[in-house]
Design a protein around this ligand. Structure first.
Ligand SMILES: *Cc1c(COP(=O)(O)O)cnc(C)c1O
Length: 233
């Protein structure tokens, strides 16, 4: 049986150790842990929340909505999966931070839905740095335009960037991508945008979070290392 308590403790220790291994100053040594609860039921969510986790990640709107109406705990909800425009309204109702803004059209749709319920929606821009065929994330060529669009939308607050690294056999291959992402993040943070509050660099999952943290991630999305293997992805 999976021991969530032990697993969580191990992940937290690994996070601290990875911070200690950092070779440069990334502005903060705090790393937020998002427990990715997709495909796990509400009982398991309660268990991990009662162990002190206060941020959870979901990647499907319908699954999240069912849990959102059932879960009797106060936590921050993160949307980490791809967002379709026809699901934006429900997403804006539930999520504190949407990690997956990757097009101007999606940004505008989210802004409109947020405006309708009088909310300033916090978002991250997801970048497809490795140019993977998976196709989610904005290509780096279109990044500046997307930032400008987001800045112009009154009901969006840009809080940082998100990366899903490719699932390389050798996880060290992710390192250059993480380094590059940090540079992009740091430039954005220093660019003195008016509306934005750039502070989160969301990168790192079970197989690569330690390297991501060594290279500057301050938000990691971890599922398997806490809950064990999922039945499906
Ligand atoms: C599922 C998922 C995670 C967590 O993956 P694990 O390998 O289980 O840690 C992180 N980020 C995103 C975007 C995901 O879809």
């Amino acid at each position: 049986m999976t021991n969530i308590k032990d697993n969580l403790q191990t992940v937290r220790q690994e996070i601290l150790h990875a911070v200690e291994r950092r070779r440069k100053d990334f502005g903060t040594n705090e790393v937020k842990l998002i427990a990715v609860t997709k495909n796990h039921d509400v009982d398991l969510m309660r268990e991990v929340i009662d162990l002190g986790v206060d941020e959870i990640g979901e990647n499907r709107i319908q699954e999240a909505a069912e849990k959102f109406s059932t879960l009797d705990r106060h936590v921050k909800w993160h949307l980490i999966g791809h967002l379709q425009t026809n699901k934006v309204k429900s997403a804006v109702k539930m999520f504190d931070l949407i990690h997956s803004i990757d097009s101007e059209h999606l940004a505008k749709t989210v802004d409109k839905a947020a405006k309708a319920i009088d909310k300033i929606q916090s978002i991250l821009i997801q970048v497809n740095l490795a140019k993977e065929e998976s196709k989610t994330g904005v290509e780096i060529e279109d990044f500046d335009n997307l930032v400008s669009t987001v800045e112009s939308l009154e009901n969006l607050r840009l809080c940082g960037l998100m990366l899903i690294a490719p699932n390389y056999d050798d996880v060290e291959q992710c390192r250059p991508l993480f380094k590059q992402m940090y540079e992009i993040f740091n430039n954005l943070r220093n660019s003195k945008l008016k509306q934005a509050d750039v502070k989160y660099l969301s990168m790192g999952m079970t197989h690569d979070y330690k390297i991501a943290i060594e290279e500057g991630a301050n938000m990691v999305r971890v599922g398997t290392a806490i809950f064990g293997k999922r039945d499906y992805n």
